[in-house]
Write a new protein. Structure first.
Length: 320
């Protein structure tokens, strides 16, 4: 219990400080005052920082497909010297037609040669990319409105992760290139652009893939006609194992409380949130820390909380 309490305190502090796994070797968020000061734009129309969409803050960088041409965005050089594990992460919306391609490359010689980042190093959630090694609106077909002219919103942002450990570990002259090019010598109505934000590269001497958390239904959300206690279950997995899992919750906007989660079966973890009273409002989220030397953490839901209110069950229809 003492170790659990210590791990929870560490994770809560890290979350409050905006902690990311490993050491931050490169970061570009396109915010004022410097905006795009660590990337360079090339191509007939180039990339442009704007405030129409942003995954965090106010600004992102974007470019549109140019017929029979390419637009590229290349980072400044950075180093991963002394580290064996390297992750590239970025947020993006890629609202371009299915025949066009948004690709990512890495150079370890300052841009003299480039390696395409393909499905073998992809750690994201797009099955389309896993099959094609590039992004367009079909990468998240329903969300990004493939085949139509729906305008993107900030709900469209997706975070991608690439494991560069086999390519760019312990190296001193690394660059990343985002390349957008026409695939069929034409553009359609859905060529709204590739929006990129919050580019970061993390390095460590240990794997940096955080745990995966999936809620097990049913779990309390929106309304509960029972006062509790509330058993909350989740499937939690990680290739290094799970060190600690817990639930953070508050009642009626009060102080945050924590309860540990224990393995109930296989990868299923369960924690019990204490009972309340009618009209109580609960907010909660789950967090897990893996067993790697880096102690990667994950949260569910990522940026918000699950919420529910305890209400009296309504009377059966026809009863007064």
């Amino acid at each position: 219990m003492k170790r659990l309490s210590l791990m929870i305190l560490i994770a809560l502090f890290a979350s409050a400080m905006g902690y990311s796994q490993g050491n931050l070797m490169f970061h570009e968020n396109f915010e004022n005052p410097s905006q795009a000061d660590s990337v360079n734009s090339f191509g007939p129309s180039g990339w442009s920082v704007g405030g129409a969409l942003a995954s965090q803050g106010t600004y992102s960088d974007s470019a549109r497909v140019i017929i029979s041409d390419t637009n590229t965005l290349i980072t400044n050089s950075f180093s991963t010297n002394g580290y064996s594990n390297v992750l590239l992460k970025f947020d993006h919306i890629c609202k371009i037609e299915t025949f066009d391609m948004a690709e990512i490359f890495v150079s370890v010689d300052g841009g003299a040669s480039w390696t395409l980042l393909d499905s073998s190093v992809y750690e994201g959630n797009s099955s389309y990319f896993e099959s094609n090694d590039y992004f367009n609106a079909s990468a998240y077909h329903s969300l990004w409105g493939a085949g139509n002219s729906t305008q993107p919103t900030n709900n469209w942002w997706r975070t991608e992760t690439f494991d560069l450990s086999a390519i760019a570990a312990n190296t001193s002259n690394i660059k990343v290139k985002f390349l957008l090019h026409d695939g069929n010598n034409m553009t359609l109505f859905e060529n709204i652009g590739w929006f990129i934000d919050n580019i970061r590269v993390h390095a460590a001497n240990g794997e940096m893939i955080p745990p995966q958390i999936s809620m097990v239904k049913p779990f309390p959300k929106d309304t509960s006609y029972l006062k509790g206690p509330f058993n909350i279950k989740a499937e939690i997995t990680d290739n290094t194992g799970i060190d600690t899992a817990y639930i953070n919750y508050q009642v009626n906007g009060g102080s945050m409380n924590t309860v540990g989660m224990e393995v109930s079966n296989g990868n299923t973890y369960v924690g019990t949130v204490p009972a309340g009273n009618y009209s109580d409002m609960y907010s909660y989220y789950l967090e897990a820390i893996d067993a790697s030397s880096v102690q990667n953490s994950a949260r569910k839901p990522v940026n918000t909380t699950y919420n529910f209110e305890i209400l009296q069950s309504p009377a059966p229809s026809g009863c007064n």
